[in-house]
Design a protein around this ligand. Structure first.
Ligand code: ZN
Length: 292
């Protein structure tokens, strides 16, 4: 356990204080393609989900914060189909994305990266997490899984460190749609865990090379391709400004004062959760080791 102590204490603070606590206007289930639905959570502490009804079963991406949120999601799914939930994909280890696994998919195959499973197992040993009943993945992978369902294939892949060090994206080629986990928040500064913003931008560039028209974010309303592009541009713009300011010798305090984010004035800011221009700048400042 000793090896976990550093990130664990950081993680507990992260989860309890600022990861999932977002304000969302209304609950919403929206069809975004053939058999494919986005569930935008109405609870300010629970993530969005995506589900695909295909042939004889259902695949669900992320299950909400806990049994209550999982139950709400399951009712929404049952409003569309009574087929069994065969697969659950967890985009990453934060509880607001996987706390409903047991309720939504008691008999489902749970899929995640190796990293996410490791972190989830470690969470089960954290006293502050006792009230969560995690169901870690029983099918893990390092880079990519293609799930061949009855009517179509679903691509589940890890493209590099981003929001965490093990986020997956779930691509639905037939619907030109993608479930992004917390790699995309629509019109908002994101919270940043122990990932990499440089790599995060590259992952978003990779996604934008796909013919994606709909992107389900970890929180907030479903995005279009241009929403996703704008979020990518926000991260890139901030990253480039930080590199230049740091190269000029500015301190962290000066850099946080001198960044220019007017183009993103409509982005949600959550100082309480460290999801602001200034806090994102701090994280990036700390991530830039070598100024190129
Ligand atoms: Zn998260």
């Amino acid at each position: 356990m000793k090896a976990y102590s550093g990130w664990m204490s950081k993680y507990v603070v992260f989860v309890l204080l600022f990861c999932p606590l977002w304000a969302v206007a209304q609950p919403n289930v929206k069809q975004i393609g053939k058999g494919l639905y986005a569930y935008v959570s109405d609870n300010d502490s629970s993530a969005n989900s995506t589900f695909l009804v295909d042939g004889s079963g259902i695949l669900v991406v992320d299950t909400g914060l806990n049994a209550t949120e999982g139950g709400k999601l399951l009712r929404a799914i049952r409003g569309v189909s009574n087929l069994p939930v065969k697969y659950v994909v967890n985009t990453h280890y934060h509880p607001d994305h996987q706390g409903g696994n047991e309720v939504v998919g008691p008999d489902a195959t749970i899929i995640s990266t190796d990293f996410t499973r490791e972190r989830t197992l470690a969470l089960t040993k954290v006293p502050a997490m006792e009230s969560f009943r995690f169901r870690p993945a029983n099918l893990t992978f390092e880079k990519k899984i293609t799930l061949h369902m009855e009517d179509q294939a679903v691509e589940i892949f890890f493209s590099g460190k981003a929001h965490t060090s093990g986020d997956v994206l779930v691509y639905f080629p037939a619907q030109r749609a993608i479930a992004m986990g917390d790699l995309f928040l629509n019109k908002s500064s994101p919270a940043m865990d122990d990932g990499s913003v440089e790599s995060w931008i590259q992952v978003l560039d990779h996604v934008l090379q796909l013919p994606v028209e709909r992107a389900v974010p970890g929180h907030f309303e479903v995005g279009t391709r241009s929403d996703l592009q704008r979020f990518r541009d926000y991260l890139s713009d901030l990253y480039e400004q930080m590199k230049a300011l740091k190269k000029s010798g500015e301190t962290l305090e000066q850099v946080r004062r001198d960044i220019r984010m007017e183009k993103y004035s409509d982005f949600r800011q959550y100082p309480k959760y460290e999801a602001t221009f200034s806090e994102n700048a701090r994280t990036i400042y700390q991530q830039i080791d070598d100024v190129r």
